[in-house]
Design a binder for this molecule. Structure first.
Ligand SMILES: [Zn+2]
Length: 563
């Protein structure tokens, strides 16, 4: 035989050999998950029954038969028909805020000052800390609607400091030890914009309102590094209970970042964090924070320890709708003198954006009112016009009220709307009072945005809302509250489909963090982040969605929560 034919024969034999082996030799997997109902959020293969995982990565997705035939694994996880979705992601939340809220007394729904005193007494006996914080009381809910006084707290607080914030954050109730230590006496004048409530107009009673609350700021100790780490861990462990595998932490400072690094080095952080830094110490002087100076010039941190990415800057353009701080184009329907407030001008947003682009950071700007959103979109548009690189995926956080003309601009500018479905179902009882019947049609307008072929990143803004992403999923596809009110949804034509709602809390949230290539769906080659649920949230009747519980949360192939 001529050498030429030998070569051809060798090639053909090699080809047949490999083809044969590719079909019969099994690949090694660390774990195979079989017999599940898997929603992958991938358009190529939307559903599957089984997943093969090697280490932290997905190496195969398909039917149970296919996975068992192709993968050899020591560990087989029988899903027994349970539902699996890509690891849930909260695209807008506050980890440290949740940790603090979990550590402090939750006084929401309390019915008397006596009941609160009992809660304080119990906490005093349990904690080693000298400081007791609480939040959520509202004397309007009590039979005695007068403000309470420090006496009742003094009886139960021993040697500890007690600071209890009213539900709206505009008043605090403190014990005598706090008043004395802060030097607040009959001789202390009311500060501008604040009130020290007094007994017979002489002695402070322990209630400080608005700017008077800042009189005690100086005596509250800063949290130690260890305390911050504890708070973060408490919150992170709460998050994985709800099936979250990643949180976009909006507005972190240097201390929080340091705590994240420590926790990751010690292998303690159960989920992934995508962090946006707090750029200013205060918005009045707009002086760059220590966090900015330490982080921005060095460029983004990407996937440190397979847990932490820092590549965004959080800005605020306006306030909130509830307190009429959101910037509206026309006055509030229930306050005709007021159009809300702005915290940044278009120019200053533009300046931050240009700096962010120079160093490789994304910008995420809080905008709630239609005027707020318009200012941000205008600023983004100017910057993006001069930008030649790939889309920096600037984001607007909340996007609650839009002028109709601004709806298509998100898609046009490739600006990501990051929205919190539970805000709509919390605000729906009064939003129309603030906005009137015309503007409200373009509020929380998910369908209008999706119709422009733009994605929406889903979040909760915890601790403002619950961290439970299934509540967000439910709100997104029903626009109803937990009691299924209103039955056909509040402005029901703006609902998302269940497929869209699931993508908002997985694939689209990953996209909002430049992570869609390695997470957000259940596909070969992506990280093994997924959430195993007790019910099929894509199929069960609407009212059963909220009975669903998380059975397992898996991050990078490891179980980080098990019911
Ligand atoms: Zn927020």
């Amino acid at each position: 035989m001529k050498p030429r034919y030998l070569l051809v024969l060798a090639i053909v034999l090699t080809f047949i050999f490999f083809k044969y082996f590719m079909h019969t030799v099994q690949e090694y997997a660390t774990t195979v998950y079989i017999n599940g109902k898997i929603y992958t959020c991938s358009d190529q293969q939307p559903t599957a029954e089984a997943i093969a995982v090697s280490g932290s990565k997905i190496i195969g997705v398909g039917s149970t038969e296919y996975i068992l035939a192709h993968f050899k694994s020591q560990d087989t996880f029988n899903l027994q028909g349970k539902t699996v979705v890509p690891g849930l992601i909260d695209a807008h939340a506050h980890i440290l805020g949740l940790g603090n809220a979990l550590q402090n007394l939750n006084l929401v729904g309390t019915t008397s000052a006596e009941q609160i005193a009992e809660m304080v007494q119990k906490k005093v006996s349990e904690t080693e800390s000298d400081w007791i914080f609480g939040r959520g009381w509202d004397q309007n809910d009590w039979s005695d609607k007068d403000f309470p006084s420090h006496d009742i707290l003094d009886k139960v607080s021993g040697n500890k400091f007690v600071i209890l914030t009213r539900v709206d954050g505009h008043a605090v109730w403190v014990n005598k030890k706090v008043l004395e230590t802060a030097g607040i006496t009959f001789a202390t004048p009311d500060p501008e914009g604040g009130l020290i409530v007094r007994d017979g107009s002489v002695n402070p009673t322990g209630i400080l309102i608005d700017n008077a609350t800042s009189l005690i700021d100086k005596i509250i100790p800063q949290k130690t590094e260890k305390e911050i780490e504890e708070s973060i861990l408490l919150a992170a462990n709460e998050c994985v209970k709800y099936g979250l595998t990643e949180v976009h932490d909006m507005g972190v400072d240097l201390k929080t970042i340091k705590a994240y690094f420590n926790l990751i080095r010690e292998n303690k952080l159960p989920l992934r964090i995508y962090a946006a830094i707090e750029p200013f110490d205060d918005y009045i002087r707009m002086q760059r924070s220590a966090t900015w100076n330490a982080i921005i010039p060095r460029g983004p941190v990407v996937n440190f320890g397979d847990r932490l990415t820092i590549r965004a800057i959080k800005l605020y353009v306006d306030g909130a709708l509830g307190s009429r701080g959101a910037a509206l184009v026309e006055p509030y329907s229930d306050d005709k003198q007021n159009r809300g407030l702005t915290m940044m001008s278009e120019d200053s947003i533009e300046t931050v954006c240009r700096e962010a682009l120079k160093h490789g950071f994304q910008v995420c700007t809080h905008a709630i009112g239609d005027r707020g959103n318009h200012i941000v979109l205008d600023a983004y548009e100017k910057v993006l016009k001069d930008w030649k690189g790939v889309s920096p995926r600037f984001r607007v956080e909340h996007v609650q009220v839009l002028e109709p003309n601004d709806i298509p601009r998100f898609r046009e500018l490739k600006v990501i709307p990051s929205m919190q479905p539970t805000h709509a179902t919390s605000d729906m009882y009064w939003a129309e009072d603030r906005l009137g019947s015309e503007r409200v049609k373009y509020a929380y307008a998910w369908r209008s945005i999706l119709n422009t072929k733009m994605l929406i990143a889903g979040g909760s803004d915890f601790p403002v809302e619950s961290p439970n992403p299934l509540l967000g999923f439910f709100a997104a596809c029903t626009r109803a509250d937990k009691n299924n009110y209103p039955e056909s949804g509040w402005y029901g034509s703006q609902k998302m489909s269940r497929e869209e709602a699931l993508k908002a809390f997985t694939f689209w949230a990953a996209d909002a963090a430049f992570e869609e290539d390695w997470k957000g769906t259940i596909e070969e080659g992506k990280v093994a982040d997924f959430t195993i649920l007790s019910k099929d949230i894509m199929q069960v009747p609407q009212k059963e969605i909220l009975d669903t519980v998380v059975e397992f949360t898996i991050v990078g192939g490891k179980i980080v929560y098990q019911k």
